[in-house]
Design a protein around this ligand. Structure first.
Ligand code: HEM
Length: 396
């Protein structure tokens, strides 16, 4: 068991306790067991994260998967599961990933800005799964990241705590990139697949009778849910692996299963999505360390993923140390809640881990050294970190 460095980033002003607390209609949950009970309370909650409640959905027949709930959501997930099963991901995409990682690393030359390279890589890989292959990946990457240029907000406050001016800016900053993404990426991909269907998500949505607007929204969901998060994780994993000689050497000689366990432990410690939110629709009884509380309809639940992933009841002793293969409690994913749990659990977990591993093994084999550690910032939409300006050099 490797015992590496603790967390590399901490979000300022986020207390680690208490385990479950309530202020007015907002529950703050930092216990992993309590969080699981909320996330697994089937059909008793609805999605309240990612500004879901502020997005008008009345005119859509098919709600976006991330923001849909109940039996329609279960059905949507069942149907796309075939694209994300671990065997399918390996069989269909691994060779493409390897080819893409080698090409991007070769083209980058001796000095690499890893956050840029990781963006282009994750966009290219996810684009393949979704079917967004009409435009060059680097150009589409630029359009996708521009969605994140949004004024700050706080989901626990009415109107997301934004002023009218901030709402106007949000609409302007959001609609222009969507229009560009629609014209350059989504629309040509949809047209091509209406003529000649492929084995990808856009073709599946066309077969399910989704309208162009509904497919566009789903493409943005997959784009931001898949590409942007995986990009940040690759940089964070590289930061840990390059900063810990013993861990890196182990990673380089380990088999795939062990490498994936190391990545699972890094993402447990450094979750990219820092908060999950749910609106309670039916009363939920939640028990933590023998104490039971009832969450009432209308309450908002704010799950703090960082402290929950470091809950010693769930992940054992020394929760802030990096220890792959740690003994977690029954029913606890090795990545903690970093990919969520229950009805909205991330279907892309096997894809994200395989994808990260393929790039990281190829990068580390080239023995890079850090020229500049990345700047760290925090994003409201995923309530998580971003790492920028991570410069590496490969000598010889
Ligand atoms: C390191 C990378 C990733 C992280 C940390 C991540 C994290 C998450 C989390 C926490 C959720 C649950 C949100 C909630 O419960 O409110 C989620 C949902 C989702 N993720 Fe991922 N994800 C990653 C990669 C991917 C990839 C590669 C894809 C696919 C291309 C993907 C597609 C989705 C989709 C479609 C959902 C919505 C599922 C639903 O609501 O039913 N994710 N992701």
């Amino acid at each position: 068991m490797s015992r590496g460095a603790p967390r590399r980033v901490e979000r300022p002003g986020e207390p680690d306790g208490p385990r479950v607390e309530r202020t007015e209609r907002v529950w703050r949950v930092r216990s992993l067991a309590a969080a699981q009970q909320v996330l697994r309370a089937r059909h008793a909650t609805t999605q309240a994260g990612f500004t879901a409640e502020a997005i008008p959905k009345g005119y859509l027949t098919h709600h976006p998967i991330l923001m849909s709930d109940g039996p329609m959501h279960d059905e949507q997930r069942r149907k796309v599961a075939r694209f994300f099963a671990p065997v399918v991901v390996t069989k269909r995409y691994e060779t493409r990933m390897e080819e893409c990682a080698d090409r991007l690393l070769d083209d980058a030359g001796p000095e690499i800005t890893l956050d840029e390279l990781a963006l282009h890589y994750t966009v290219e890989v996810t684009a393949e799964v979704v079917g967004l292959t009409a435009a060059p990946p680097k150009k589409m990457a630029r359009r996708l990241v521009s969605f994140f240029n949004q004024p700050p907000f706080d989901i626990t406050k009415p109107g997301l705590g934004r002023t009218n001016l901030q709402w106007a800016r949000a609409a302007f900053n959001g609609l222009l990139p969507i229009a560009r993404f629609h014209l350059s990426d989504a629309r040509p991909a949809i047209r091509a697949r209406r003529k000649s269907p492929q084995d990808d998500i856009i073709s599946h949505l066309i077969a399910e009778d989704y309208s162009d607007v509904e497919i566009l929204i789903e493409c943005v969901t997959y784009g931001t849910a898949g590409m942007v998060t995986t990009r940040e994780f690759i940089c964070m994993a590289a930061l840990h692996l390059l900063g810990d000689d013993a861990l890196r050497e182990r990673y380089l000689v380990a088999g795939q299963k062990e490498r994936h366990a190391i990545l699972g432990e890094i993402i447990r410690l450094e979750p990219v999505v820092g908060h999950l939110y749910r609106r309670v629709q039916e009363p939920i009884e939640v028990t933590d360390r023998g104490e039971t509380c009832t969450m009432a309809p209308g309450d908002l639940v704010d799950i703090f993923v960082r402290p929950a992933n470091a809950d010693p009841d769930a992940v054992g002793e020394d929760p802030l140390r990096l220890c792959p293969h740690r003994d977690t409690a029954a029913g606890v994913n090795e990545a903690g809640l970093s990919f969520g749990d229950g009805a909205h659990k991330c279907p892309g977990q096997p894809l994200a881990i395989l994808e990260s591993d393929v790039l990281l093994t190829r990068l580390l084999r080239r023995r890079p050294r850090i020229l500049r550690e990345p700047d760290v910032g925090w994003d409201d939409l995923i309530a998580g970190y971003w790492l920028r300006g991570f410069r590496l050099r490969i000598d010889g």
